[in-house]
Design a protein around this ligand. Structure first.
Ligand code: GLN
Length: 322
């Protein structure tokens, strides 16, 4: 297997070098000014297999903030704290086909709740359902779950938090609308502060690969068999990642890559590849988690080189769940 690991590493190194050129086709997010400081040419990937093999390639050390990837974590935490059926009364599980910060569905009469927990309206609603009276109280179970998965407690990036809070007109507009129609369960300012904090949690692609591996395993840590996220909640989280995880490019991502994944405007992608049995000669048939970082974004706000790299790997290694 040492040999296998070596050639897998060689392939991934070649693919990262090739797709790094594609970062030129995207742009680093600028609507949160602090995010603009990211290196536009960066591209890195970590793949952690349930079989114990880890492949790391490219810019693996750059820390970045979770941004929208946090929506998958807070949704799982809210389900663990409040119950699945309760949370599914608060937010629907339907893709919108609209941009992540779209507000339009909230105004439609037939829509009785935010359409899904992964657009900003739904995510802010989920955050409002977290228990606690302050933003730090609300964030606590989120940091705790991350700590349980990663083995260490991640930190907030204070500069990104401030930048995000100070450039939050759209999220405030969404928040006021949610408040007006009665969807929020907590004070608006505390809810938004919590939301900006969860988006500002610093991680690396090693962290994302580890989270992806646990989700791929239906919430169980493959190392010791411990259940970190209840199976039903891990499954619904993956369903949402597949149908809504890549914003309004989710359908294309499911078509061309076929893996549950969640992106963020900082350029991170969290992907969970469940075990599959079609072809034992393929690598990672026991399932794996993948973390990708590439801050140059395409039109829909996903890492442009990151998506192409994932598409290539998924095709080569037959990773699609379909
Ligand atoms: N913090 C960002 C926002 O709410 C997260 C959005 C994203 O990553 N797409 O605007």
């Amino acid at each position: 297997t040492e040999e296998t690991e070596e050639w897998l590493q060689q392939y991934v190194d070649d693919w990262v070098a090739f797709y790094r050129k594609h970062t030129n086709d995207g742009e680093v997010a600028s609507y949160i000014p602090e995010l603009q400081k990211a290196n536009p040419d960066a591209l890195g990937i970590v793949i952690k297999g349930n079989n114990g093999i880890t492949i790391r390639s490219g810019d693996t050390e750059d820390p970045f903030t979770l941004q929208s990837i946090s929506k998958a974590i807070t949704f799982a935490v809210a389900c663990m704290e409040r119950g699945v059926s309760y949370m599914l009364q608060q937010v629907d599980v339907e893709p919108t086909g609209e941009a992540f910060n779209s507000i339009m569905h909230l105004e439609m009469k037939q829509v009785k709740k935010p359409l899904n927990p992964f657009n900003n309206a739904g995510a802010i609603t989920v955050t409002s359902a977290l228990p606690g009276d302050t933003s730090d109280d609300k964030l606590e179970p989120v940091l705790k779950l991350l700590e349980d998965m990663l083995g260490n407690r991640p930190e907030l990036n204070a500069d990104v938090f401030k930048s995000e809070r100070d450039s939050s007109t759209r999220n405030r507009a969404i928040g006021y609308y949610l408040l007006e129609v009665g969807f929020l369960e907590s004070d608006l300012d505390i809810t938004l502060e919590t939301y900006f904090k969860q988006c500002s949690i610093d991680v690396t692609i090693d962290d994302l690969a580890r989270i992806g591996m646990i989700l791929a395993n239906d919430g169980m840590d493959p190392k010791n068999g411990e259940e970190i996220i209840p199976r039903q909640i891990a499954r619904i989280t993956k369903v949402l990642m597949l149908t809504c995880g890549m914003y309004d490019a989710s359908g294309k991502f499911a078509t061309y890559v076929g893996i549950p994944a969640k992106s963020g405007v900082s350029g991170g992608i969290l992907a969970a590849v469940p075990p599959r049995v079609r072809d034992e000669s393929m690598p990672f048939t026991d399932g794996c988690g993948i973390g990708v970082y590439g801050p140059a974004l395409g039109e829909e706000g996903n890492s442009v080189a990151g998506i192409r790299l994932l598409r290539h790997i998924a095709t080569q290694w037959d990773l699609s769940i379909f």
